[in-house]
Design a protein around this ligand. Structure first.
Ligand code: AMP
Length: 306
């Protein structure tokens, strides 16, 4: 039952053209959980170090995220620092300190093991495999990854790709994974290489997201934001909104999957409006509903009958 999310819980330092934030709450599992919490009740599994502020765990719990699977280990929390250019689609990673993540062995609490929906957020594919081995009764699993794992742990990554229902990639990762510059061909190649894969989602930052399946194609543009302060975690928030919606609907039919892309896009757009998870602290469902409605509005048009 329910939704399980496994990923990093981090301290991030971020610099964007609009300001700076130092050692704030971040991590792929964190952003995905916040985003999913608007639709479902996520159960988060991850690791933090002794320096991780208790108030950050309380913040997750204040959004009804079940943090029973977040363990505290001796040492420092995973730390990531990045800097964005004027074009915020361009990001440089300044520091990645694995710290407690280096020896992390994800143990899924007994009460989480029968989850129906799973999001394997960006983390070492060897750990993603360990998570899959501990879960039974999964109805739909979505995974994320990044260029580092594509380049350095390809064998383990391919094994994860062969065991999930959906993969989320950005355009650069899709090209790197498949060696083709054409995104449609990249998605096709992933669907062909991994017979149990049903959905390939290619995210294009502020330009939106494309969903490819064996039946067809669906896409949404990015929501045109007035305020962008920090896009860190937007991809993870898209994923959280996407799987959160699916878990809420308890369905993976085409209608639900398209709604899930809209839920992901709407949630990710809010993530960019402030640093860390700050925008999610004040966001309420009515604002999210209004944004989903405007995304729907700006993508509808009458059929061209002539
Ligand atoms: P995104 O902007 O969606 O790509 O995600 C940014 C988040 O990913 C930040 O909060 C980081 O803490 C986290 N992150 C950065 N590098 C890694 C990594 N190698 N593995 C897992 N999470 C990471």
């Amino acid at each position: 039952m329910g939704l399980l999310i496994v990923g990093t819980v981090a301290l991030d330092s971020v610099e964007t053209p609009f300001g700076k934030a130092d050692r704030v709450l971040g991590g792929s599992g964190t952003f995905a959980s916040f985003a999913a919490s608007f639709f479902s009740v996520p159960k988060l599994v991850g690791v933090v170090g002794e320096d991780f502020p208790e108030s950050y765990l309380e913040l997750l719990r204040s959004r009804a995220v079940d943090t029973a699977g977040v363990v505290k280990e001796k040492g420092k929390t995973f730390y990531w620092a990045g800097k964005y250019e004027t074009d915020v689609n361009v990001r440089t990673t300044l520091t990645t300190e694995l710290n407690v993540l280096q020896t992390f062995n994800p143990v899924i609490p007994e009460k989480f093991r029968d989850s129906s929906y799973l999001f394997l957020a960006n983390i070492d594919p060897k750990l993603q495999l360990k998570v899959l081995d501990q879960c039974s009764g999964l109805k739909f699993t979505v995974m994320d990854t990044m260029n580092y794992w594509i380049e350095n742990t390809r064998e383990a990554l391919d094994r994860v790709l062969g065991r999930v229902d959906a993969v989320l990639l950005n355009d650069e990762e899709a090209r790197m994974l498949t060696g083709t510059p054409v995104l449609q061909k990249a998605a096709d190649s992933i669907l062909k290489s991994f017979p149990s894969m049903k959905i390939v989602i290619i995210k294009k930052g502020e330009h939106g997201a494309m969903m490819f399946s064996r039946e067809g194609f669906f896409a949404l543009p990015g929501y045109p934001l007035d305020v962008v302060k920090d896009p860190t975690g937007a991809g993870d928030s898209f994923a959280g909104g996407f799987i959160g919606w699916i878990s809420r609907a308890d369905s993976t039919d085409e209608v639900t999957l398209r709604q899930a892309v809209a839920a992901g896009s709407a949630t990710a757009s809010f993530c960019c409006e402030d640093f860390s998870v700050d925008r999610f602290r004040t966001l309420d469902s009515s604002e999210l509903k209004r944004r989903a409605a405007s995304i729907r509005n700006c993508t509808e048009f009458a059929s061209l009958d002539w």
